[in-house]
Design a protein around this ligand. Sequence first.
Ligand SMILES: [Zn+2]
Length: 106
Amino acid sequence: MKIVVNGKPAGTKETGCAICGATWGEYYAEVDGEKLFFCCDICAAEFINMINEVKKRAGWERVDEIEINGNYYAGRTCVAKHEGKEFKFYIRFGDEGEITTFKVLS
Ligand SMILES: [Zn+2]
């Protein structure tokens, strides 16, 4: 999965946490068969919940690419891509990484 957080590649120890871009911490989780780097377990929970929600709503079996813009407090505006299709949405999370707001954008 290609991941871009606030304009920069992310998802490895070198590039930063797959959802917030932080380079501190060290937590790995497997998403769609790929080991991704996160700063903490909460960020991993956020990312996994987000990808599952996108797959469910868009009816995709996987997400090939995701662009994430924003942060925890403001919420995040994202574009997910799969086989040439795009799915745009706005998302916010709660303290445990659960989704508190999810809006499909056109
Ligand atoms: Zn993070």
